[in-house]
Design a binder for this molecule. Structure first.
Ligand SMILES: Cc1cc2nc3c(=O)[nH]c(=O)nc-3n(C[C@H](O)[C@H](O)[C@H](O)COP(=O)(O)O)c2cc1C
Length: 406
């Protein structure tokens, strides 16, 4: 649904993975998008524009000075109508131009003219991708809010192996869909302008340079909450530990590894936040000492002293002023009793309790079974639901808590 009647400029550059862009154009058209292809001169040397013209059902823009009869220059006309500019594949060359505001052909000129989100899917030889100038340009673009579908690793067309393969068309479609969904506000805009901080995923507590303690959190619950909150109009910031799925494209995400890093990131953002939802699973303990070299095995047992990590939820409960704080209680025994105790102990406003041993609930799963407990002892038991539906139920509850506090 996210693609229907949306105008997408598909930039195509001179990369060897260009054929995947034909498939992408076709998939976008099938999903109802209005696709306008813009090709660079070098792209034309790899694929005939006619192929894109037939697939996209629109003329392909090649040259700004030789296009259209309208009074409006073609790059401004297209840029004004676009909901998304996706450049697939994007070469090192165009990445460099974009990062430096260079506009010397149709595509790079459109890129500096659009006021819609930009999504880039890089593909190139591994050495090109690792090149420090290319990496610097990528960082520049990321810090300016350009979205990326990161390249995958594997066999490269140039005969090398490594990172640089264009990601799959499905992944690119998913990323584009997420961006388009987040720019069309859902009908329920009950979080418009509310600043929501979400934690997701597991932390890693390093024992030595190669070993760490972690947990089974997949990040899926937190990512679903971040996506749902964005669609309900919130300004979302995600603090993510490690996850088994890619973070949602189009949401401001800070990646962290350890509980201490998650603690610092959350505390730093806390004062500028209205709602915090802690779906992440920070480790309670870390090794007392990090051994800077790999620990050698010996014949005997190894005892690893652990020390407590700071308790993020507890700290927020102590420091909160106007914020609504939501904690998760992942339990294996006495679910409701333990969750209720946690609600009081952490001084949070809502506890999402889940029995992680129940079928279809907890870590890794795409579904969850949760009970929402608030400070007025109201208890809402949700049936087995997708994590996205659970996310919406939590947010509906958050809105009602905030409304009753007004
Ligand atoms: C056969 C061939 C394949 C290429 N594949 C890539 C590629 O995958 N990624 C890339 O960044 N450059 C690739 N290049 C180099 C670019 O085409 C070259 O940097 C060009 O100047 C890019 O122009 P454009 O960005 O305007 O399309 C390739 C060149 C050739 C000849």
């Amino acid at each position: 649904m996210e693609f229907r009647d949306r105008t997408i400029i598909l930039g195509v550059t001179g990369g060897i993975a260009i054929h995947k862009s034909l498939d992408l154009a076709s998939q976008l058209v099938k999903r109802g998008a209005c696709v306008h292809v813009v090709m660079t001169e070098n792209a034309i040397r790899l694929v005939q524009p006619l192929q894109f013209q037939v697939i996209s059902r629109n003329p392909v823009l090649l040259d700004l000075f030789d296009a259209g009869t309208d009074w409006k220059p073609p790059h401004i006309d297209l840029a004004d109508r676009a909901d998304l500019l996706a450049i697939v594949p994007v070469t090192a060359n165009i990445i460099g131009k974009l990062a430096n505001g260079i506009a010397d052909d149709a595509l790079s000129t459109i890129a500096v003219s659009v006021h819609c989100p930009i999504l880039l899917a890089p593909a190139m030889n591994g050495h090109m991708y690792q090149n420090p100038f290319v990496q610097r340009n990528l960082t520049t673009l990321k810090t300016h809010g350009v979205h990326f579908i990161e390249p995958a690793s594997g066999d490269l067309a140039c005969g090398y192996e490594g990172v640089g393969r264009l990601n799959t068309v499905e992944t690119i479609l998913e990323g584009a869909g997420n961006i388009l969904t987040s720019t069309v506000r859902s009908e329920v805009e009950d979080l418009r302008g509310v600043r929501v901080l979400v934690t997701a995923g597991a932390t890693r507590e390093y024992i030595d340079p190669v070993r760490f303690i972690t947990n089974r959190s997949s990040g899926k619950m937190g990512y679903a909450i971040a996506e749902a909150a964005t669609q309900r109009g919130a300004e979302v910031q995600l603090v993510s530990g490690t996850a088994t799925v890619s973070p949602p494209v189009g949401i401001k995400t800070q990646h962290v590894e350890t509980t201490l890093e998650m603690y610092d990131a959350v505390l730093e953002a806390f004062n500028k936040t209205d709602v915090v939802i802690m779906a992440g699973a920070p480790a309670d303990y870390r090794p007392h000492e990090f051994t800077p070299h790999k620990i050698k095995k010996t014949a005997g047992t190894l005892t690893l002293p652990l020390e407590r990590n700071p308790d993020i939820a507890q700290t927020l409960g102590e420091r909160k002023t106007h914020q609504t704080v939501v904690c998760f209680a992942a339990e294996t025994d006495d679910l409701l009793e333990n969750a209720k105790k946690k609600l009081g102990r952490k001084n949070c406003d809502l506890i999402v309790a889940n029995d992680i041993l129940a079928e279809g609930a907890g870590f890794q799963s795409d579904t969850n079974i949760v009970t929402l407990l608030d400070r007025d002892d109201r208890c809402e038991q949700l049936p087995l639901s997708s994590k996205r539906d659970v996310a919406d139920a939590i947010l509906t509850k958050v809105v009602s808590i905030r409304n009753s506090a007004k």
